[in-house]
Design a protein around this ligand. Structure first.
Ligand code: FHN
Length: 462
């Protein structure tokens, strides 16, 4: 009996000790971003839902970012009266409501195992799937979206469950994107156009009846490794009840010790509160991703200009294989992760051009992963170099250059013991150090001898 009382007391203490975080940003922000995520560096984002049926957005000239290029916004842009979307819809679908796409979104060729194998071969360590985007269609049989989900309509399958099981089998961490807003749900208190529509819930009720139960389900039932909210901008984090949710997530949920959360918990949060900070098509700017960034951060973007599949993009609108790798290296060299998006088709295939880019990244990482995974930003890296990047692991540095030609590079490193090429240890590298400045000539390789398709990596041991 005494033993039992003692055990109960220990359990009570343990649970008190685990109630580490208060439902206040000050406390929640003190939780370190789990190391597994910081080491992982590369994740795959998946935007998939009924918007994959029209798969339309006006393509950007030269494939650059532009807001109207997001095909997953098809319904939202129609509601906002965007002419290219209205014209396109009228031409192909006449007066059919957007909701019809949910029935046509059938996922008949979806093979979660094939997706997982592809992502593993790409060298990604985690994946984030849109559990529910702004159109409100849930990829799992959510009791809070009982008629508008992937089991009730279209696929007739729990896509989130298949995704989780397949990713886990390939050793990939599973994350869920989750939209706080639903732009066409009459119950959602939309703020964008002023007052919420008649019959809408208060934001407090919306959270209590929809958002919070759904977020909890993703953590409890699907054991999400990453919770990635978005569409948070209509309300503050206090109005969304985000601090209370995170306190539960970090203290009590079944994933409390390992779960990763982003910074999109209310319009007051991006770059300020939550777990890792996020940027979007903003590699060249923003405090979170700048050279002086100190907080863990993650860039997300598509391989082209859209997150959802845009069947009107051509190869010219996609980043090249080399640009995809450079985008990853650029993020990692500045202390960030890359969450690179794929937009599957409505029948569940990942377009071949996206597969091609991912597999190219995987081949490069297979040789050069040592310079990426579990590295950190090198704080003394020279600033302002274009297409030349550095990462650091302990005292070792990695120099990753996307420059063509063999012009010598000079960089202040201090004493150097060796300079070698990853994947080609016997390749001869011409280097010297004077007054702590390393000068190195990028090595020449005979045709077919280079260990990777582009950007061979130099390892500098100090
Ligand atoms: O509106 C969304 C967009 O469709 C997409 O999901 C991205 C991904 O970060 N987030 C929102 C815009 O910030």
């Amino acid at each position: 009996m005494r033993k039992l009382v003692f055990a109960a007391a220990i359990a009570a203490c343990a649970s008190m000790a685990s109630a580490e975080y208060e439902a206040k940003w000050e406390s929640l922000d003190s939780r370190p971003v789990p190391q597994w995520w910081q080491d992982a560096k590369f994740g795959i984002f998946i935007h998939w839902g009924p918007y994959a049926v029209p798969a339309y957005a006006p393509v950007a000239e030269n494939g650059k970012f532009h807001w109207d290029g997001y095909s997953e916004w098809y319904q939202g842009f129609m509601l906002n009266g965007k002419k290219p979307f209205l014209d396109h819809h009228q031409k192909l679908y006449h007066d059919a409501p957007y909701g019809n796409f949910a029935a046509q979104f059938r996922a008949e060729n979806f093979d979660a195992k094939a997706w997982a194998k592809l992502f593993r071969r790409a060298g990604a360590k985690y994946v984030v799937l849109t559990s529910k985007h702004h159109d409100g269609f849930a990829l799992w049989p959510s009791p809070e979206s009982p008629y508008y989900n992937a089991v009730a309509m279209g696929p007739g399958r729990d896509l989130a469950r298949e995704y989780c099981d397949a990713m886990a089998a390939e050793g990939l961490k599973r994350g869920f994107y989750f939209s706080m807003l639903e732009y066409a749900n009459p119950l959602y208190p939309a703020k964008r156009d002023g007052a919420a529509g008649e019959g809408a819930l208060s934001i407090g009720e919306w959270n209590r009846r929809v958002n919070m139960p759904q977020l909890r389900e993703l953590a409890e039932k699907y054991r999400a490794d990453i919770i990635w909210p978005d569409g948070e901008w209509d309300y503050t984090s206090a109005e969304h009840g985000s601090e209370a949710f995170l306190a539960w997530l970090y203290n009590e949920s079944p994933v409390k010790d390992t779960v990763v959360a982003n910074d999109r918990w209310g319009k007051d949060c991006r770059g300020k509160h939550g777990g890792h900070y996020t940027t979007e098509y903003l590699l060249e700017g923003g405090d979170a991703s700048g050279d002086s960034a100190v907080h863990p951060w993650e860039e997300c973007r598509g391989i082209g200009s859209s997150f959802g599949y845009n069947r009107y993009e051509t190869p010219d609108h996609y980043m090249s294989r080399e640009k995809c790798v450079e985008t990853l290296v650029n993020c990692v060299s500045r202390g960030g992760n890359l969450l690179l998006n794929v937009g599957p088709t409505a029948d569940g295939r990942i377009p071949a051009i996206m597969q091609d880019r991912l597999l190219a990244m995987g081949r490069w990482l297979e040789v050069n992963g040592e310079a990426i995974y579990a590295t950190v930003k090198w704080d003394e890296a020279p600033k302002g170099l274009k297409s030349v990047y550095f990462t650091r692991k302990g005292g070792d540095l990695y120099l990753i250059s996307f420059l063509a030609g063999r012009a010598p590079l000079s960089v202040k490193t201090g004493a150097v013991k060796s300079v070698t090429v990853l994947g080609a240890p016997s390749a001869k590298v011409d280097w010297s150090v004077k007054d702590g400045v390393l000068t190195v000539v990028p090595p020449a390789f005979a045709a077919g001898e280079c260990p990777c398709e582009f950007a061979p990596v130099l390892k500098i041991v100090r």
